[in-house]
Design a protein around this ligand. Structure first.
Ligand SMILES: Cc1cc2nc3c(=O)[nH]c(=O)nc-3n(C[C@H](O)[C@H](O)[C@H](O)COP(=O)(O)O)c2cc1C
Length: 224
């Protein structure tokens, strides 16, 4: 046991480390630390995007996942996939109640590589665009933006009104990425799963997470 305070011990440690090494220790997570991602599901159609993302990250141990779901998200989770909250929670490393705005995720001191809202409703988009941190999803997104971390919103609505478009612009201006789950056809997907995986592969690319969710396009080759 030592009688020194944690602050005094930290100061001693810092003094013992040369400046450049200290800088590295202060800014870089250890190479062994898994990326930490916050994944939120809201009440737009397409709960499968959030669920599949969690399943893939878990199966491949690619990231430590923290899951959130809105009340409307829970409805679509059940309506579209027949899933219950506890089944969703089982796919993540940690889960949180929507109203728990005192949770760790509500603070910038909770370090993460960023957040994906998959899918993102126009309501949640609007709240994020206007800094309205009225629940843990919108607060966590607000924190990710203020800490200049990566925020990807898989917004889903059609057609779009001017409020939707303006809110997407506002989030983009703040550094967020608007990523509508729009399927691509150029690699001839054979089923819906392949379409979903293709989109999610591109989302993971935005976090620098190498993945095999979709084949990489290597040009037209001789098929044109
Ligand atoms: C079956 C169903 C599908 C919906 N699909 C969408 C959608 O694609 N996009 C959207 O913005 N809202 C959609 N909504 C409406 C949202 O669920 C609603 O605006 C809700 O208040 C969003 O709350 P949340 O952002 O807290 O999840 C849908 C609602 C239902 C019942």
């Amino acid at each position: 046991m030592t009688s020194e305070s944690p602050a005094a011990l930290a100061a001693t440690d810092a003094a013992a480390i040369p400046a450049t090494e200290l800088e590295t220790k202060l800014t870089s997570p250890p190479a062994t630390v898994r990326p930490r991602l916050i994944i939120a599901i809201t009440g737009a159609t397409g709960a499968v995007y959030g669920v599949r993302l969690l399943q893939f990250l878990r199966a491949h141990g690619l990231a430590e996942t923290h899951v959130l779901i809105s009340e409307a998200g829970l409805l679509s989770l059940h309506q579209e996939l027949g899933m219950k909250r506890r089944e969703l929670d089982a796919l993540a490393d940690a889960s949180y109640a929507l109203r728990d705005v005192g949770a760790s995720l509500a603070s910038g001191s909770f370090q993460s590589h960023g957040m994906v809202v998959a899918p993102c409703s126009m309501k949640t988009l609007a709240a994020i665009a206007h800094g309205l941190s009225d629940n843990l999803i919108t607060r966590a997104a607000d924190v990710v933006l203020k800490e200049r971390r990566r925020l990807v919103l898989m917004v889903r609505e059609a057609p779009l009104n001017l409020a939707h478009l303006r809110n997407m612009t506002a989030v983009t201006e703040m550094g967020g990425i608007i990523f509508p789950p729009v399927p691509a056809f150029y690699q001839h997907p054979q089923n819906i799963d392949q379409m979903i995986d293709h989109t999610l592969g591109r989302v993971l690319d935005l976090f620098g997470l190498d993945n095999t969710l979709a084949p990489r396009w290597d040009g037209m080759g001789h098929s044109a």
